[in-house]
Design a protein around this ligand. Structure first.
Ligand SMILES: Nc1ncnc2c1ncn2[C@@H]1O[C@H](COP(=O)(O)OP(=O)(O)OP(=O)(O)O)[C@@H](O)[C@H]1O
Length: 478
């Protein structure tokens, strides 16, 4: 195996994982796995956290290896590496200074959420308190830029932080949802820190869903589950981040008990996730229903004013850390106009420009900025495709009615478009097989799986069909 061929194989393995595990599980555990290379019998993949590594190793390792071996006979091992360890290598490629510089940008320093010590701008090392995940001291309300996209979420978060213990806000649980990089984590960390500052005796715990799972599974293993549960139920303010990663029946049940106990006991809960609760399909219905009983606010993508504000406040910080740094206002405006996706990309864009200045010791010009930011400019979040859109486009294209697609009729002229529509629903939406089955006239999930496999198989032997499906995808995307 080598070069491009490896990457193609990895795409195929991912497609199979997606089909076999369902979009939700795939995006929870594999969306952040990256292919690092292959070396004879060994395939190297990287993941962003140690937790993800151990979870994949214990739950999906055999499947991963099996799928690789099915592609390449000689593969005997799949190595999972934690990305920080891979990327932090000092291998600075001269032709790509920007990437190296971004990797070299300072890592956040952390303080524990429930530490009684005042929040300091520069905590020296990452520490973990007994119940929570680390909180980044830079993520405060003061460094969060407010705008139309996040105004309501911001106000609700502030209200939570300022409301004394024992008197939860009317938003309980408060559910914040948004696509990547729009500031959910920043807001949760800001709440944790402000609440601590307002009342150091208040028990505030910030936990990522991954960390909750990890702690719960570890507590079960060493038989300290009861202490773990009691510790969590004694909290005044609980902040749960990245709820979409909460997996596993017993973990979800425990989470649900905790949620009920806290809310019924007049404690405040705040939850953040990348989509509305109703769309978290792998989440236990009882948890979803409890979340629906609270108040949900969405953070939408930043408008131009907010993008400008985020960039300006980040640049002010960069100036204080890098005396003499020179990114002209026109370039900042260019970034605000053209990097439209989210706060993380804006921050990444600015980091690159600052790194470019550090590497070249030259003021950043419009031309050089355009080259440096080529891949970020104009990037938007993919539009969410709905099953109805797919059904509409497929029925129009094959001249069958939507009722036919959903019916039990088995004539060839209907079966084929129906299978294609199911295949497209599986590959273009995050819907699970049972959900797709329900949306296609109440079919069983195995029927959907059969359709997906059948279409994949037909596409391999029929170039014409493969092109037709590509065309349908484009039509659905329009
Ligand atoms: N309104 C904002 N003001 C200031 N910084 C922001 C804002 N929105 C996002 N950011 C910055 O963008 C980066 C990404 O934000 P954050 O990690 O909070 O996003 P997220 O919504 O939790 O994304 P993900 O779901 O990918 O974890 C952070 O560095 C954050 O400080």
């Amino acid at each position: 195996m080598s070069g491009r061929a490896d990457a193609v194989l990895w795409e195929r393995v991912k497609t199979r994982l997606r089909t076999e595990l369902g979009e939700d599980i795939f995006s929870s555990w594999f969306a952040r796995v990256e292919f690092e290379g292959a070396d004879g019998a060994s395939v190297n993949l990287s993941v962003p956290t140690r937790f993800l590594k151990s979870w994949i190793q214990s739950h999906y390792f055999d499947k991963l290896l099996g799928l690789w071996t099915a592609e390449v006979d000689s593969v005997r091992r799949v190595e999972l590496i934690v990305r920080g360890a891979v990327r932090a290598r000092p291998a600075v490629k001269v032709e790509k200074p920007v990437v190296a510089a971004v990797a070299a940008s300072p890592a956040p320093t952390f303080i524990p959420a429930s530490s009684a010590a005042p929040v300091m701008a520069q905590a020296s090392a990452a520490r973990l308190d007994s119940a929570g995940s680390p909180v980044d001291p830079r993520f405060t309300f003061e460094t969060f830029c407010e705008g139309g996209a996040n105004r309501v979420a911001y106000a609700a978060a502030r209200a939570v932080a300022e409301t004394p213990a024992g008197r939860p806000t009317p938003y309980n649980p408060l559910y914040l949802h948004a696509g990547v990089g729009r500031g959910k984590t920043h807001l949760l960390h800001a709440v944790a820190q402000a609440a601590r500052r307002a009342d150091p005796s208040r028990k505030v715990v910030y936990l990522t869903a991954e960390h909750f799972m990890f702690r719960f599974v570890a507590a079960l293993k060493n038989q300290s589950a009861i202490a773990f549960k009691e510790n969590l139920r004694d909290i005044d303010l609980l902040l749960i981040d990245d709820l979409q990663f909460l997996q596993g029946k017993s973990v979800q049940q425990e989470f649900c008990h905790m949620l009920n106990a806290l809310i019924d006991g007049a404690r405040q809960v705040v939850v953040a996730a990348d989509r509305p609760a109703a769309e978290l399909e792998t989440l236990d219905e009882r948890v979803r229903s409890r979340l629906r009983g609270g108040v949900a606010f969405e953070i939408s993508s930043p408008d131009l004013d907010l993008r400008r504000d985020i960039l300006k406040s980040r640049y002010a910080i960069a100036q204080s850390q890098n005396p003499g740094v020179d990114v002209p206002e026109t370039v900042i405006e260019y970034v605000a106009q053209s990097v439209v996706s989210n706060g993380r990309d804006l921050e990444g864009a600015l980091n690159r420009l600052v790194a470019q200045w550090q590497f070249t010791n030259q003021p950043v010009t419009m031309n050089s900025a355009e080259i440096t930011l080529r891949d970020l400019v104009g990037a938007t979040e993919p539009r969410r495709v709905k099953i109805e859109d797919i059904q509409k486009v497929v029925s129009r294209h094959y001249n069958v009615s939507k009722a036919d697609l959903l019916s039990s009729r088995r004539t060839r002229t209907i079966v084929r478009p129906r299978q294609i529509a199911m295949y497209l629903s599986k590959t273009l939406t995050p819907r699970s097989l049972p959900e797709i089955g329900r949306r296609f006239g109440g079919r069983d999930h195995t029927t959907v799986l059969h359709a997906v496999r059948k279409v994949e198989e037909m596409m391999q032997g029929d170039q014409h069909l493969a092109e037709e499906i590509e065309l349908l995808k484009r039509m659905i995307d329009e």
